[in-house]
Design a protein around this ligand. Structure first.
Ligand SMILES: Nc1ncnc2c1ncn2[C@@H]1O[C@H](COP(=O)(O)OP(=O)(O)OP(=O)(O)O)[C@@H](O)[C@H]1O
Ligand SMILES: [Mg+2]
Length: 309
């Protein structure tokens, strides 16, 4: 928490304080209650095992790594669990190759640095330092998209729970256990960096998979618009198609996020036609736009969709 005359803590509080404000008044750290709140307030159906493992890792000050195929809820669940853990909204860092400490810890304003030097007056704190000082979580999204150097920087911070800014001659230490890290990664994504053994040794890896059919149907019901009905038999066809596509020899397999988008697009199309129920024609119209992500998959996806619709 910001103390008396700490200029950096004050700037962080002013700039980032409102962003991390959560509607939760207290942290939620019991898995049963978390599962209930995730469903009721975040519309997320999360296995208690995932919640327990994540909280157990946090209790040991270990980052977690959510690994699994696209659209299985890694990012949203990570954000939600970090928020429950600290009763503050987490920061999300979407990774890219050129991430470095200046972009996540802090930078210097070039003109101010020229005039006043590299000191606290010209320092601009960035999200990781802000999370550290405010005691909130950080979701480092798609970690494989960043460099090994960046992985090592994060691991060092996660290990030592300390952030050093040499230009300021300062070491910031963790003030609250609200600061935790969730990494996400999709190992099947092409052209991504490997995670080193050193990285994997330090994190608690939690695998995400496509949910069982009954859970996916529950998610579908929870996420579809309440205004336009999707009858049970239509939902069932959607689940059949998606199951078949996951077995098919295609490069992009639809995740839960895709079936939810398909449902919502079909509902919107029904609504545009002045209907209150989704029919097969609406499903068909939205299918290829939501299920084909790579041109080379189009033929197979079309064949499977046509065999049902
Ligand atoms: N367990 C779940 N409960 C509720 N909705 C879910 C769940 N899993 C996936 N979804 C759907 O997927 C969306 C979230 O997907 P999210 O982007 O978090 O997945 P991801 O695994 O991070 O995907 P990617 O690898 O593409 O980043 C939600 O908005 C929702 O529509
Ligand atoms: Mg994601």
């Amino acid at each position: 928490m910001p103390t008396g005359n700490d200029r950096i803590a004050e700037i962080i509080d002013e700039t980032y304080g409102p962003i991390v404000k959560s509607r939760l008044e207290h942290p939620v750290r019991t898995p049963e209650l978390a599962v209930k709140i995730l469903e009721e307030q975040y519309k997320l159906i999360v296995d208690k095992r995932i919640v327990s493992l994540t909280f157990a890792a946090f209790m040991n000050s270990r980052p977690v790594l959510y690994e699994g195929p696209p659209g299985t809820g890694k990012t949203e669940i990570g954000e939600a669990l970090l928020e429950l853990w600290s009763a503050r909204k987490p920061f999300v860092l979407p990774c890219s190759e050129n991430y470095d400490e200046y972009k996540i810890i802090g930078d210097f304003h070039p003109l101010l640095a020229l005039r006043k030097g590299f000191n606290e007056e010209s320092f601009i704190p960035r999200p990781l330092l802000a999370a550290f000082i405010l005691g909130t979580g950080v979701l480092v999204d798609e970690i494989r998209r960043s460099s090994e150097e960046f992985h090592n920087l994060l691991l060092d911070i996660a290990d030592k729970r300390r952030i050093i800014v040499p230009e300021l001659r300062r070491a910031f230490t963790q003030t609250s256990e609200g600061f935790q890290i969730v990494f996400t990664s999709n190992p099947e994504d092409i052209g991504q960096n490997e995670l080193s053994d050193a990285f994997l040794r330090r994190v608690v890896r939690i695998e995400f998979t496509y949910p069982p059919r009954n859970v996916e149907e529950k998610i579908l019901k929870l996420r579809m618009s309440p205004d336009i009905d999707i009858p049970g038999d239509v939902r069932s066809i959607m689940l059949d198609i998606v199951e078949d596509l996951r077995e098919a020899p295609i490069n992009y397999k639809p995740g839960t996020a895709d079936i939810v988008l398909w449902a919502r697009m079909s509902q919107a199309i029904a609504s545009l036609r002045g209907r209150s129920t989704v029919g097969i024609d609406c499903l068909r119209e939205a299918a290829l736009s939501t299920l084909v992500k790579r041109p080379e998959d189009a033929h197979t996806v079309r064949e499977i969709v046509n065999s049902y619709l």
